[in-house]
Design a protein around this ligand. Structure first.
Ligand code: PA5
Length: 426
């Protein structure tokens, strides 16, 4: 479902000649769970061994909520919201037909944003999925307080009790205690799966079920990737090797993930967190950035084409089949001179832009391009791509010699905030 093409990468030979022994060593470290952070490798087999009873229960709760609500408020930050949002937008698009809208809160401390969401849902029926592994993160914590109170004030405690779901650790953290005390339904984030690797756990699956997304297909896609990436000779590892060569051998500092579909923008945000938080440590790592073309060809495209060289390379997601396509109407007068395009669809023109831009950037601009062909943008594809990038990320992090599964740098600001806000005990 993903096919990689290195013909514009300028490092084809380096990739072919990369040490097979090194690759085997890293592959074994992952499969035998002997590397740094090995207690967080639960995601490796999760698409096969996820908790089926809990999945069934999630379906029941989600189906019941779908009958009652217009909006699901997804409360969470970082790995506790990016996966669900990436999947929701990739699969349903930005203006879905489905009755239930997902709105994300607790991913910001912006008072204006939070109040505007409060106003937006004033006349709507809503439920809340409060998602936090630690259960102590400030942003979702304070947002939940506001919306929990709003729900109770509006609908009363009994209704609110059935409209609030907590996704958190099985035993630890303030959220688990609060949910148990209030009698809220809880679903569990496994101990051995960290935030940015958790999209196939209840963190991503529960909100996506409420959105009406075919999560069975998503699991099928993830299982397919799991099987395709079991052997040493796989394209996710080749992608990781290419990143390593660019960074460690050629001196590149940044990777830009390019898509040609606005509904993939949050997927690129999810990817940025995955690679940025997993690899950006010990003074190492490619800085992950993203653009959506052709939109950003009219802004950052100039820099990529002619700006500072040997800093960034591009990884281009080439979606072969759009969710829907559109024709361009012809007019009798042809006043705008665009009738020449009416034999082509929007997607055909988008695909032509992709070919022209890759040529411009890699050949004229000398910016290396890796191409990832995606079949489509549905639930199965998200499952496949999500697992594919997670496996590539683990391999890439271990090649770099870092622990891909911790985020000590994130904790620094969290601690500072606790101190500055005078949290008891800090
Ligand atoms: O990937 C990660 O682990 C982080 O981005 C976390 O998901 C994020 O900090 C939110 O943490 P929590 O789920 O504990 O609220």
């Amino acid at each position: 479902m993903i096919s990689i093409n290195f013909s514009n990468s300028k490092i084809e030979n380096d990739i072919k000649n990369f040490s097979k022994e090194k690759m085997k060593e890293i592959h074994d470290v992952i499969e035998n769970k002997t590397g740094l952070g090995n207690e967080f490798l639960g995601w490796l087999t999760w698409p096969e061994d996820f908790n089926k009873d809990e999945y069934q229960k999630m379906k029941e709760v989600a189906n019941k909520l779908r009958q009652e609500i217009d909006v699901l408020l997804v409360v969470g930050i970082g790995g506790s919201y990016l996966g669900a949002r990436a999947a929701d937008e990739m699969i349903r698009g930005l203006y879905p037909n489905d009755k239930v809208e997902l709105i994300y809160i607790g991913n910001t401390i912006s008072s204006t944003y939070t109040k505007q969401v409060l106003d937006y849902i004033a006349d709507k029926e809503f439920a809340i999925a409060n998602i936090s592994k630690s259960g102590t993160t400030t942003e979702p914590g304070i947002a939940f307080r506001v919306f929990e109170k709003h729900l109770i004030d509006k609908k009363g405690k009994e209704v609110a009790k059935n409209r609030i779901v907590a996704v958190t650790d099985k035993a630890r953290g303030a959220l688990k205690q609060l949910a148990d005390a209030e009698g809220y339904q809880t679903f569990t984030i496994p101990d051995d799966i960290g935030g940015r690797f958790s999209v196939f756990t209840p963190v991503g699956i529960f909100p996506l079920l409420v959105a009406g997304i075919d999560t069975d297909a998503m699991f099928r896609g993830a299982q397919k990737a799991l099987n395709d990436l079991k052997s040493l000779d796989n394209q996710a590892y080749q992608y990781a090797v290419a990143r390593y060569i660019f960074h460690e051998q050629k001196g590149y500092k940044a990777e830009t993930l390019v898509s040609y579909e606005l509904q993939m923008q949050m997927f690129t945000e999810w990817w940025k967190q995955l690679f940025g938080e997993s690899e950006g440590k010990d003074g190492k790592g490619l800085f992950p950035t993203s653009v959506v073309f052709s939109t950003d060809l009219h802004s950052l495209g100039q820099f990529i084409q002619e700006g500072t060289k040997n800093v960034l390379f591009e990884t281009v997601i080439d979606v072969k089949n759009p969710t829907v396509d559109l024709n361009i109407p012809s007019t009798e007068e042809d006043l705008d001179g665009l009738n020449y395009l009416t034999t082509k669809t929007f997607h055909e023109i988008n695909a032509t832009a992709l070919v022209g831009v890759i040529d411009a950037h890699s050949n004229t601009g000398n910016v290396p391009n890796i191409i990832l062909e995606f079949d489509k943008m549905d639930a199965e594809m998200f499952g496949y791509a999500g697992y594919w990038f997670m496996k590539a990320c683990a391999f890439s992090g271990y090649l770099l010699g870092v622990n891909p599964f911790n985020q000590p740098g994130v904790e620094v600001y969290k601690e500072n905030m606790f101190k500055l806000l005078k949290k008891p005990g800090y």
